[in-house]
Design a protein around this ligand. Structure first.
Ligand code: PMP
Length: 426
């Protein structure tokens, strides 16, 4: 049956549709931090940040069902759902970030954010890091350097990539070096005649490998952006909704107030709702420059799902849980690092944590194949996680927020066993 599914996918969905793992997993059910495959095997989910308040969270499921059974339509009719939600959402933001647009995906939200920057500055130059991912629209997909698109309407000319931060290899304790790279890119865009519109970054650089950074690390870069009259767009698609533990939003941890913040993934716990917040001033500029409407964005069912996520985060104290479990995870990973030489660095930001595998502590050469092996062996032992970072040699552990101490213990005990049975190839 597994090969049947793989063949059907290829025939129906085309080639190059990625699956995780050497042997793909066929999941059929989820609950809390657990998933079950078609053979009834149970997996601990240490990877998925979309089921933020737990797989099939009953409160979210009920909210979706109730609203779906009542009314679901678009935002051209008056409805309290979107207003109640945006009020609650923007209450988590600092001034002046108090207006929102709701979309269905993070990609759309980033696409709008970039057009907002164009509307405000009258310029088109966009800066991103060289190891990032911000989504899949024609414009946004160019931000991923690894895409190297053969198609894309020549939009690449508007982009500049700066070196992604890497606390393990690049000395930049206060973000000054990163800010200088951003400044160089700004100058280059201005010289080219394209001009500088925006810097877009995940405030915690999660796709880049969540480098260890002091609070306020992003401030010098934010200052460079604002000095040049550009917009700072923070992509909180992964970093947001309490995941970093210390703050509700990653940019708050970084001590910056962005001009636009985009969100997605965990926002509806798996129901496709995403969006962005900005100031009333920027919103007005955008709304006057561009007629924007989204058929599904902000529909009553999406808003009910998203509101239930906020309620659940609050009632279950999940941000505090992320802070506590993150610290414990860091301790456990540090213990493993003392035991296994292959771990070069341990990093953590609340409920995102991982270890970087290297072939030697002096060379810091990424142990890429080794990382793959560990990820696959963990899967064989029923633990779902992945890898990321500039060299794809860092474990990506980013579980649903109700992840508790007993889950952490199972994860770390299993990782210990896998590392013990996986020698580093010479
Ligand atoms: N921004 C970041 C930081 C992401 O990680 C992703 C998805 N991996 C996106 C944007 C795109 O979101 P979506 O897939 O909902 O379009």
């Amino acid at each position: 049956p597994m090969t049947d599914l793989i063949n059907r996918r290829r025939a129906l969905l085309g080639p190059n549709m990625s699956t995780f793992y050497d042997t793909p997993v066929h999941m059929v059910r989820g609950e809390g931090v657990w998933m079950w495959d078609a053979d009834g095997r149970k997996y601990l989910d240490c990877y998925n940040n979309v089921p933020h308040v737990g797989h099939c969270n009953p409160r979210v499921v009920q909210a979706i069902c109730n609203q779906a059974a009542t009314l679901n339509t678009h935002t051209r009719y008056l409805h309290e759902g979107i207003l109640d939600y945006v009020e609650r959402l923007t209450a988590t933001y600092d001034d002046p970030l108090k207006t929102a647009i709701l979309t269905c995906t993070g990609s759309e939200a980033n696409d709008i954010a970039l057009r907002m920057a164009e509307a405000v500055t009258g310029k088109r130059g966009i800066i991103a890091t060289d190891a990032t991912y911000h989504g899949n629209t024609t414009l946004v997909s160019h931000l991923s350097k690894s895409n190297v698109p053969e198609v894309g309407f020549g939009l690449g000319q508007y982009l500049r990539h700066v070196e992604a931060p890497d606390s393990y290899r690049i000395h930049d304790p206060d973000g000054q070096r990163f800010a200088a790279k951003v400044q160089e890119a700004i100058d280059d865009l201005e010289r080219s005649g394209i001009g500088f519109a925006a810097l877009i970054v995940c405030p915690l650089f999660l796709n880049e490998g969540f480098p260890t950074q002091a609070q306020g690390w992003l401030r010098p870069a934010a200052e460079a952006v604002h000095r040049a009259g550009g917009l700072l767009i923070c992509d909180e698609v992964q970093a947001g909704f309490g995941r970093c533990g210390s703050h509700f939003w990653g940019h708050q941890k970084q001590g910056v107030v962005p001009d636009v913040v985009t969100m997605g993934k965990p926002m509806g716990n798996g129901h496709p709702v995403a969006g962005l917040v900005t100031s009333a001033e920027i919103m007005t500029r955008f709304r006057k420059s561009f007629r924007y409407f989204n058929t599904f964005g902000g529909n009553p069912v999406s808003c009910a799902a998203a509101l239930a996520v906020l309620d659940e985060l609050q009632d279950m104290n999940l941000q505090a849980n992320a802070l506590r479990i993150g610290k414990l995870a860091h301790q456990r990973l540090a213990e493993l690092a003392r035991k296994y030489d292959v771990i070069g660095d341990v990093r953590q930001s609340g409920m995102v944590f991982g270890a970087e595998f290297v072939l030697g502590h002096d060379s810091k050469e990424p142990a890429v194949a080794y990382t793959d092996l560990v990820v696959n062996r963990m899967r064989q032992r029923g633990i779902i996680l992945s890898k990321l970072g500039r060299h794809k040699n860092t474990l990506k552990i980013r579980p649903p927020m109700p992840f508790g101490e007993e889950h952490l213990d199972l994860l770390m005990t299993t990782l210990d066993a896998v590392l013990a049975e996986t020698p580093v190839a010479a």
